[in-house]
Ligand binder design. Structure first.
Ligand code: XUL
Length: 519
């Protein structure tokens, strides 16, 4: 049985074709939005804006990428053999569609580009994405409506966060009431793309619904007071949430004809990239932990019981129905790239700088806030260097990487997470020098997958599971994921004290900088 997994992330669209029976990845392919679809004018997958708090992307770019990817896949694989397609997308982003959406989807023609046919269905030309931090006012209003931040976190899994879909919808409804009135449907990036494949508007899965501040994660349904606080008639506009393993139906006949899929190829609900990645890394058991080092840096852990999270953390639902404890940092790859570029290095040069500098960087520290940060909340960007000269390229490279993992370690400790092993994924996980720093700072082994995009792999595995649930997640993880994992990178035990001290210094520096900014 062949299955296809797609991942529409911040900067690219990736496809993984999996032979689920043989447990073998047959084909992988990636489209990079800036490079392959330059006419949309994105930089790092988002539209440049003078206000760093406002970060949007064009939904038609994602549609065009899907169209192009499926066409290219058809040149490499016999798509008639694909039994099911599932997908994942960057979390939280929202797409606003008018009354023509359902009708236009139903009437899609196989001989015209998808983006051209769907352009008239957008009630808002751009979609705010997870990097957007413009909704603080809406977060406070939503928390007030739900009885405070702690109560919001208890009900929805998270306090109100700027990038979450509920506050984003509220801001749009407040600032652009006419466009909101013309909005018939709101979809997350995941459920928007799944709707196109299925040929009708489909609901958002529990995993991505957990990133909205609108979803009751215990009852697994929208929370009416949260909907009420964010926009009139939101229940109808969002549609019912669906379980992540839902088979939505067969592929749209027009898409089957356009790309050569069989008419009975199944479309499985899409989810967020982090939940999908948990499956692609084989995190199907209580206590499994991972680092995702992509545009965002994310630390997540699977838990059978609901984890108690500090205010900065989230609880999402994973594709297996378990809980996911998660912290997301906005200064991930863009911060590493900013340092690399500032010193005119390539990744080999960056790794060499890590090799030349000692663990702990002789106490040289950086707060890597190149853009607004989510954890801790930093609205106005600004990099802080302590004992660190910005001209010292080697120390600067180590400082940014150590800062990122120390910040993660501090949040993990606050949540009582003590990983015995970390799975690693994302572009930066391809760099062993960076993973060594993670192993040293967390003092546990780190293992990465040979498949760089584990969200797309996870999506493919989810497609296989939805068709044949009897094998179970453990079986799929053992057969498909385990053979792809590289040997663990062990921590250097003599760095434990160095990083215990550095973590304390970092926490003090962060606290004093936040106090200075607050005052
Ligand atoms: C998670 C988050 C990011 C996006 C990036 O809460 O905002 O990791 O999912 O794709």
């Amino acid at each position: 049985m062949l299955v296809l997994g797609l991942d529409s992330s911040t900067q690219s669209l990736t496809a993984v074709v999996l032979d689920a029976a043989a447990g073998r990845v047959l084909h992988q392919q990636q489209l990079v939005f800036d490079r392959d679809l330059p006419h949309h004018g994105t930089r790092h997958g988002v539209l440049p804006h003078p206000d760093p708090a406002i970060v949007h992307a064009p939904p038609l770019m994602w549609v065009e990428a899907l169209d192009l990817m499926l066409a290219r896949l058809g040149d490499a694989v016999d798509l008639a053999r694909i039994a099911a397609i599932a997908g994942s997308a960057q979390q939280h982003g929202s797409v606003y569609l008018n009354g023509a959406f359902a009708e236009r989807l139903a009437a899609l023609r196989p001989d015209r580009p998808l983006a051209e046919q769907l352009a008239v269905t957008l009630a808002r030309p751009t979609a705010p994405v997870w990097l957007d931090s413009s909704t603080s006012e809406d977060c406070r209003a939503l928390e007030a409506a739900l009885g405070g931040a702690a109560e919001t976190q208890r009900i929805t899994g998270s306090a109100a966060f700027e990038r979450f879909t509920g506050p984003q919808i509220r801001r749009f409804a407040r600032c652009e009431p006419a466009a909101w009135a013309a909005t018939a449907q709101v979809r997350l990036v995941s459920s928007f793309l799944a709707s196109i494949l299925a040929g009708l508007p489909v609901g958002t899965d529990w995993g991505d619904a957990s990133g909205t501040n609108l979803f009751d994660i215990e009852r697994r349904c929208w929370h009416p007071p949260a909907l009420q606080a964010c926009g009139e008639g939101l229940a109808e506009r969002l549609g019912e949430p669906v379980a992540p393993w839902t088979v939505l139906g067969p592929i749209h006949p027009a898409l089957a004809a356009r790309f050569g899929f069989a008419r009975d190829c199944r479309i499985v609900a899409w989810t967020g990239d982090n939940p999908a990645s948990s499956v692609g890394l084989g995190l199907v058991r209580d206590g499994h932990c991972a680092l995702s080092l992509g545009t965002s840096d994310v630390l997540f852990a699977i838990s059978a019981a609901r984890p108690a999270m500090p205010p900065a953390g989230h609880v999402f639902l994973s594709p297996t129905g378990a809980y996911m404890a998660l912290f997301c940092f906005a200064n991930g790859s863009l911060a590493r790239e900013a340092v690399r570029d500032e010193h005119r290095l390539d990744w080999a040069g960056f790794s060499a700088a890590l090799a030349r500098t000692p663990p702990g960087n002789a106490g040289r520290l950086m707060l890597p806030w190149f853009r607004p940060e989510i954890v801790p909340r930093v609205a106005v960007p600004g990099v802080v260097r302590a004992n660190l000269s910005p001209g010292d390229a080697d120390a600067d490279c180590r400082a940014v990487v150590e800062a990122q993992f120390i910040s993660m370690r501090l949040r993990a400790e606050a949540a009582g997470l003590a990983p015995a092993l970390l799975h690693a994924t994302g572009g930066a996980a391809q760099n062993p020098a960076i993973l060594q720093v993670a192993a040293d700072i967390f003092q546990c082994p780190v293992r990465r997958s040979r498949v760089t995009n584990t969200a797309a792999l996870g999506a493919a595995i989810r497609a296989a599971h939805a068709l044949r649930p009897e094998e179970g997640w453990d079986g799929l993880a053992a057969r498909v994921v385990e053979p792809l994992l590289e040997p663990p990178i062990p921590p250097r035990r003599d760095t434990a004290d160095i990083y215990r001290r550095l973590a304390r210094q970092y926490a003090e520096l962060e606290a004093s900088e936040l106090a200075r900014r607050g005052g």
